[in-house]
Design a protein around this ligand. Structure first.
Ligand SMILES: [Zn+2]
Length: 560
């Protein structure tokens, strides 16, 4: 008897070939039969009118901390994502010595906007090594996790504070190679490094002090295990990005590894730069190198209030100082004092074109509800003031809990983004799930792919879109037995309605440990999400236990 049969769905199997009508029978966590299934099963799902696809794989996330209190990586799982790659951008939570914990928390807070309180109140720090961390998150895991190990933390582990000061000696590089081997043995899918990120003191993260010899030595260890290297290049500059991808190409060829860099996105002023980067990607693939650029599906929209530091003001020293280090009273004082207010506005003069377009999305007081949904230009004219003054006044009136949305900041040219997403060398990803939780909702990028690019714009077929975020991703990352619907494959499956799948509205919720908040989106049009043969989420019943795994899994080792 089968465990589960999904009946009468339109099967889009990840291969890119046309959909076909079939039943899927699951047994012992794997796909046992695809076709007409006459036998009954312990559990049945009717998928009439729905698409049955492999579970989606999200290659760029920062769920490392959230997995400590939430084995579902909510709400990613409900969007149809059955596997996440964690530990991107040189940052993972292991290996990490006790004395470096607060250092790492500072970096996560600065770079990924993970709140300090969540780490202090939501986390019991009972691991140091990578395998101890894996053992820790494995309990209660309902989503699959393919964890990268961060170069910055390997450096900290081996070099201590010198990791934030200098290049490594030959002996230190050899020690880092040993640590990386241990992590890969414990189940890491690869190594992540960064060439741009800054820590909480605005100093470069440890990985940025590495010289080329160090990165080469670590890549050679990846070669021993055939595992992946992820980097954050100097993405703000096409020439530097091209230089990095050339470096990646040499590492890929020399050590026979896959590499991926993220993010690559389109701005009004860099369209030509992205074309040049893609031309070089094509050249390097033609040489046999694997250098996968990750491109996100959603446009760059940034939400903010002045109650927490925001990405948007990171470039302006006075704003940064008061928003990041000031208490509530300091921020209110800085906005209230006419002189300091004038200085702040002047310092952010380059945002002047942005102010009128900002939309007020949420307030606390009854009096200001009438402005919600309006632009600051509209509100300013109703209040006979300027848009930037309206923003500051509203913030003061709302005890800093006025929430604004800066939409269409980039990556919003439909035709160009569609062409990029459809490019055979583009790896769809870079959701940043679990990070930047106070600036935008990183969930629902897959729903946006189907709702916007497949259904509205028809720039990509349903089959091609499914392949891009399932079989292609599994192939790039070397994840065996997943990403396709095929007999014998692990039953990671998403059932969705192709007419309605989308991302829900962005909402601000308070569900982070320590009283923290974040922006999230609910899924739309997803019916059921199956991990390892068990229904992990359904529209009808919500979240359920499922056998989430660490992928690709410890090589040659019995599961812990
Ligand atoms: Zn990242």
């Amino acid at each position: 008897m089968y465990d589960l049969v999904i009946r009468n769905g339109s099967v889009v199997d990840g291969s890119g070939l046309p959909a076909f009508r079939a039943d899927l029978a699951l047994k012992d966590g794997r796909i046992a039969k695809i076709g007409a299934v006459a036998e009954r099963a312990r559990q049945e799902l009717d998928a009439t009118g729905k698409v049955v696809a492999p579970g989606f794989i999200d290659p760029h996330t920062h769920f490392d901390a959230q997995l400590l209190w939430d084995g579902y990586a909510k709400p990613a799982l409900s969007h149809g994502v059955t596997t996440i790659v964690s530990g991107n951008c040189s940052l993972s939570l292991a290996p990490l010595r006790a004395e470096h914990r607060m250092k790492l928390v500072g970096m996560f807070n600065q770079i990924e906007e993970m709140p300090l309180k969540a780490f202090k109140e939501g986390v019991i720090w009972d691991w140091e090594t990578f395998s101890e961390y894996i053992a820790r998150i494995r309990k209660g895991l309902a989503i699959n996790v393919a964890p990268l190990v961060g170069h910055s933390v390997i450096r900290l582990w081996v070099m201590g504070n010198a990791a934030m000061e200098r290049t490594a000696t030959a002996a230190e590089i050899a020690a880092m190679q040993d640590v990386l081997r241990e992590c890969l043995d414990a189940g890491a899918i690869g190594l992540s490094t960064s060439y741009v990120d800054m820590d909480e003191r605005l100093a470069p993260v440890p990985s940025r002090y590495a010289d080329a010899a160090e990165v080469d030595a670590l890549a050679s260890v990846l070669g021993e295990f055939a595992r992946v290297l992820q980097i954050v290049p100097e993405f703000y500059d096409p020439d530097l990005t091209i230089a990095r991808l050339d470096q990646l190409a040499e590492l890929s060829l020399k050590h026979n590894i896959a590499t991926t860099f993220s993010p690559l996105f389109l701005n009004a002023d860099n369209a030509h730069g992205v074309e040049r980067v893609m031309a070089r990607v094509d050249e390097q693939f033609a040489r046999g190198a694997r250098v996968w650029p990750q491109v996100q599906t959603r446009p760059i929209d940034i939400s903010f209030s002045f109650s927490v530091p925001s990405l948007l003001f990171i470039r302006f020293p006075s704003w940064y100082r008061v928003l990041r280090f000031g208490a509530f009273d300091d921020i209110v004082a800085a906005f209230s004092d006419p002189e300091s207010r004038k200085n702040l506005i002047q310092e952010a003069a380059m945002l002047e074109p942005l102010w009128p377009r900002l939309i007020l999305r949420q307030v606390k007081t009854q009096a200001n509800q009438r402005y919600v949904g309006k632009t600051l230009a509209e509100i300013a004219s109703l209040r006979a003031t300027t848009p930037v003054d309206a923003m500051i006044d509203l913030s003061l009136e709302e005890d800093l809990e006025a929430h604004f949305l800066a939409s269409g900041m980039g990556h919003n040219d439909d035709a160009k983004v569609a062409a990029l997403l459809g490019h055979p060398r583009v790896h769809i990803g870079a959701s940043d799930g679990g990070a930047h939780i106070l600036s935008f909702s990183t969930y629902g990028d897959t729903g946006h792919l189907f709702g916007h690019f497949v259904r509205n714009l028809r720039s990509m077929s349903l089959e091609a879109a499914v392949k891009k975020i399932t079989a292609d991703t599994a192939a790039i990352w070397g994840i065996p037995d997943r990403g396709r619907l095929q007999n014998g494959y692990v039953a990671d499956i998403t059932v969705f309605d192709p007419q309605t799948i989308d991302r829900g509205e962005e909402v601000f919720v308070n569900d982070v440990p320590g009283g923290g908040s974040r922006y999230v989106r609910a899924s739309q049009g997803v019916d059921a999400v199956i991990v390892g043969g068990a229904v992990a989420w359904s529209l009808k019943d919500g979240y359920h236990d499922a056998p989430g795994q660490i992928l690709p899994g410890a090589p040659n080792k019995a599961a812990a």
